[in-house]
Design a protein around this ligand. Sequence first.
Ligand SMILES: [Zn+2]
Length: 72
Amino acid sequence: MGEEGWRDFQKVVHEDEEKKKYNNYMFTCPMCNSKNVKKISTVNRATSIAIFGLASNKINKQYECDNCKHKW
Ligand SMILES: [Zn+2]
């Protein structure tokens, strides 16, 4: 594998990891149309309940955009 092939390989691996991180790009942000949308994990939700209590505005929000930080 030449140097270029190795770079391509790393790019593919990186993109694959990004896709996994962001739900295989299944969702897009309603604010900025970015595909860097994460599902907010139940661990994060449990943590925010524990820290901020039931009044936290993170409750009932399932997705977060990594681009503009919009949650919905
Ligand atoms: Zn966004």
